[in-house]
Ligand binder design. Structure first.
Ligand SMILES: [Ca+2]
Ligand SMILES: [Ca+2]
Length: 475
């Protein structure tokens, strides 16, 4: 079970009478084991794949189950012990899982040479996880449920590092995957060693900010660290990524991760656009009960990547309820961008800048951003909507541009004036932001200033991005 600070709910009551702005990134701190050990979590045995599939079908993030075996108590006579996994992300027809404990200590690059270097592509852990570990830990029936999946890895290219894709069955998490899926879960962000591993007496420590965990150890991620001689990890004392990393020849903990498929046909149909995600009653109820003025939590994004504190839950204010849909507006800008970025798009024409041809629009509606910010079940509710942009309303009026169809879009000046008649209600946390309305001078766009007034003349180079979207209220 996730712990979420209910900042949004408190704010919502303040908005009962008038729409106003609010800062509201919700940071979900990981909790200690002592907080909740039962928490309605489900377990399933490895013996019955049908039972496991049934369990995974309704599993929620944070649920645990056993699958496969590995020697974990240091007593070989009693056989290998079942491996316990936690569901860290719900895909469609599949779940991403991470082993609850650190199963062994291993060098990232296996050699006696203490000056050795290398990337995950070259790592002994990579070949071991999809090779010997996979072969030995799982039954044939279990193997059928483990997805071969393409993962992005670093690959050595002379003295430099380039990106490569490899197909793996079992793998180490990347720093981004850890921050997106694991860091803010209650029980799994820290590396608890197996009993067998404790007997090896690795360096173990309490975890900062997590009461009740006294013996955690460092475990590897698959990212290259400060240089080719280092790989990133999660230090035993922390739940934050150590991006500098440890020496690749050090022995650090290994926690396998993998995608487990509970319905291959469904997964394939979804990927081909022939099926929607499962109904999520929690999401549906949240959207059905939302009223104008409420602030709801929906999606997650790492708004402050330099702090290594994982993804924040995004908050949106409900502006309007119309039939089966909600118009919502992010409570503050989540990033800063150029409206048209010629470095990202060299062909961009700065003589006719509109919302339609802007870099902000293409990145807000890119698969990369939408899949990062929303789970499949959330994204299903984010509807593609016709968006028309009125022309600028002044003597130098500029064309608003062609109508578009977007999932995320910036507000127009008219919309801001309509939903926030008081300028002081338009700003939160001193963050200014773009509108999709053109200013009277090319290539500038109108934007909301520090005082909440709308600037119709010269816009800034970079400004905040604070999108709106229409959410469907039910499946
Ligand atoms: Ca044993
Ligand atoms: Ca963050």
């Amino acid at each position: 079970m996730k712990k979420i600070m209910k900042k949004c709910a408190v704010l919502a009551t303040l908005f009962a009478f008038v729409l106003s702005l609010s800062a509201c990134w919700v940071f979900k701190a990981p909790g200690g084991k002592e907080d909740d050990n039962s928490g309605g979590k489900k377990t399933a045995s490895t013996t019955d794949p049908a039972k496991l599939i049934a369990m995974l079908k309704t599993a929620k993030t944070g649920d645990t189950f056993t699958m496969g075996v590995y020697e974990q108590d240091g007593k070989t006579k009693n056989g290998a012990e079942p491996i316990e996994w936690t569901v860290v992300y719900q895909g469609v027809g599949k779940v991403l899982v991470l082993s609850n404990t650190v199963l062994l200590r291993k060098q990232f690059i296996e050699t006696e040479d203490r000056f050795a270097s290398g990337t995950y592509y070259d790592s002994a852990i990579r070949t071991w996880l999809s090779g010997a570990f996979y072969d030995g830990a799982f039954s044939d029936k279990e193997k059928e449920m483990i997805l071969s999946t393409d993962i992005e890895v670093a690959r050595r290219d002379g003295d430099a590092v380039s990106a490569a894709s490899v197909t793996e069955k079992v793998f180490l998490l990347s720093a981004k995957e850890y921050m997106r899926y694991v860091q803010n879960l209650e029980t799994v962000p820290y590396g608890v060693p197996s009993e067998a591993l404790k007997k090896e007496e690795p360096y173990m420590s309490p975890v900062e900010g997590v009461p009740g965990v006294k013996e955690a150890m460092t475990w590897w991620l698959r990212d290259t660290g400060a240089d080719l001689g280092h790989a990133a990890d999660i230090p035993g004392y922390s739940t934050k990524v150590n991006g500098y990393g440890d020496d690749v020849v050090d022995k650090r903990g290994v926690r396998p991760a993998m995608w487990v498929v509970w319905d291959k046909d469904y997964m394939t149909a979804y990927e081909n656009g022939e099926a929607g995600p499962q109904i999520d009653a929690e999401i549906e109820n949240k959207l059905k009960s939302a009223k104008a003025g409420d602030v709801i939590e929906f999606g997650a994004y790492d708004v402050d990547p330099w702090t290594s504190d994982g993804y924040e839950t995004m908050c949106w204010q409900v502006l309007e309820v119309k039939d089966d849909r909600l118009l919502v507006f992010m409570t503050e800008p989540f990033t800063t961008m150029r409206f048209v970025d010629q470095s990202a798009d060299p062909s961009a024409d700065l003589s006719t800048v509109t919302w339609e041809n802007s870099t902000v629009r293409s990145s807000l509606n890119s698969d990369a951003l939408l899949n990062d910010m929303f789970t499949p079940r959330e994204l299903y509710m984010v509807r593609r909507t016709p968006v028309s942009t009125p022309d600028a309303k002044d003597s130098w009026a500029r064309d608003g541009g062609a109508d578009t169809e977007d999932r995320l879009f910036l507000p127009s000046a008219e919309e801001i004036r309509k939903y926030y008649p008081n300028a002081s209600d338009r700003i939160s946390d001193d963050r200014t932001y773009w509108l999709r309305t053109p200013a009277f001078t090319e290539p500038y766009m109108e934007h909301v200033r520090y005082d909440g007034e709308i600037d119709t003349g010269y816009g800034p180079d970079y400004d905040g991005v604070r999108p709106m979207m229409w959410l469907k209220r039910g499946y």
